[in-house]
Design a protein around this ligand. Structure first.
Ligand code: RIB
Length: 316
């Protein structure tokens, strides 16, 4: 048995937990306009927890490190993570801020607009990560996104590096230019097209642009680069600077795309933990297929497929 096989967790996620308040509408309202919605759903979201839940639904042994408010949303959220079998030893509760919330609008094409009020997520700090050192050490892969403080992300990656745990940075959301220094802390960076544009300072519209972006992200110090390109699939580049285009099948019916990117990252992290011999291209292809299946149902975590629901074999 290898050292990696002896680890307690496949994936450890350090990131956000938000309660998603989703309104389904025909179209997004204009400024000053009131429109009638068709349906409302409350669900559990947040980029970090979404990735964690997707990996758990696919049978992964996963741990969540995050912060919730001492309120009804926080209590419900913690129960939900526990019910999914996720280790929550380091999901702490604070009296200082409310649980994060995300009002979301989904239009009739299934496209979303999201506002995040991060609340308690922004209180997850370096001390919390230090206390969770053992969980990170016991994981094969650790993942961070950007709905928590940058110092917290850096601390996580420093601990991951200390124990040779593979680290993935999903730089989402990225509203302001990220300190490019952060890139070198992670082994794998996984931006979408827009995030890659902000990181690289040039347009990333075509597959050739994405290949150029991979090169730049390698130069900034990241070993493995994966850029998701929506309907164009993804571009992957490994540590030998071998860049490949991963094509995907067209989604048959898009009902709600909320959290599809997180479904992709959660699945990818699990495959990287469990399928070390699988090529990067194949891991990304399979993660894209899971994410494509997630858009067929409404809601965020509720739309994520379990292994039994998948229309293909994820492992092996
Ligand atoms: O990526 C989707 C997620 O973004 C939602 O669940 C919402 O909470 C925001 O974090």
């Amino acid at each position: 048995m290898s050292e990696s096989d002896m680890k307690k967790f496949d994936v450890c996620i350090v990131g956000s937990c938000n309660v998603d308040l989703i309104s389904y509408v025909d179209r997004t309202p204009k400024i000053g306009e009131t429109i009638e919605g068709k349906k409302f759903e409350k669900g559990f979201g947040g980029k970090g927890a979404n990735q964690c839940v997707q990996a758990a639904k696919l049978g992964g042994k996963v741990a969540m490190i995050g912060k919730l408010g001492n309120d009804i949303f926080g209590k419900e959220y913690l129960d939900s993570l526990k019910q999914l079998g996720i280790n929550t030893d380091h999901v702490s509760i604070t009296d200082e801020a409310a649980t994060g919330v995300a009002p979301i609008i989904v239009d009739k094409e299934g496209q979303n607009s999201i506002i995040v009020i991060l609340g308690a997520n922004l209180l997850l700090n370096e001390d919390d990560i230090q206390k969770a050192e053992d969980i990170i050490r016991q994981s094969k892969v650790v993942v961070c996104q950007l709905e928590i403080r940058l110092e917290t992300v850096i601390k996580t990656f420093e601990i991951a590096k200390k124990y040779s745990v593979l680290s993935i940075l999903n730089p989402a959301p990225m509203s302001v230019k990220l300190n490019q220094n952060l890139i070198k802390f992670a082994d794998v960076i996984c931006p979408n097209q827009t995030e890659a544009e902000i990181l690289c300072d040039f347009n990333v519209e075509t597959i050739d642009d994405a290949k150029k972006a991979c090169k730049k992200l390698h130069e900034l110090g990241c070993r493995i680069v994966i850029i998701t390109m929506g309907s164009q699939g993804a571009v992957v580049s490994n540590e030998h600077d071998q860049c490949e285009h991963v094509e995907i099948e067209k989604c048959s019916s898009v009902c709600d795309s909320t959290g599809a990117g997180d479904s992709f990252v959660g699945t990818l992290a699990l495959l990287m933990a469990r399928e070390e011999k699988m090529s990067l291209k194949e891991q990304v292809k399979r993660a894209c297929r899971v994410a494509s299946q997630s858009v067929e149902k409404t809601g965020t975590q509720t739309s994520y497929p379990t292994t039994d629901e998948l229309r293909f074999n994820l492992f092996g």
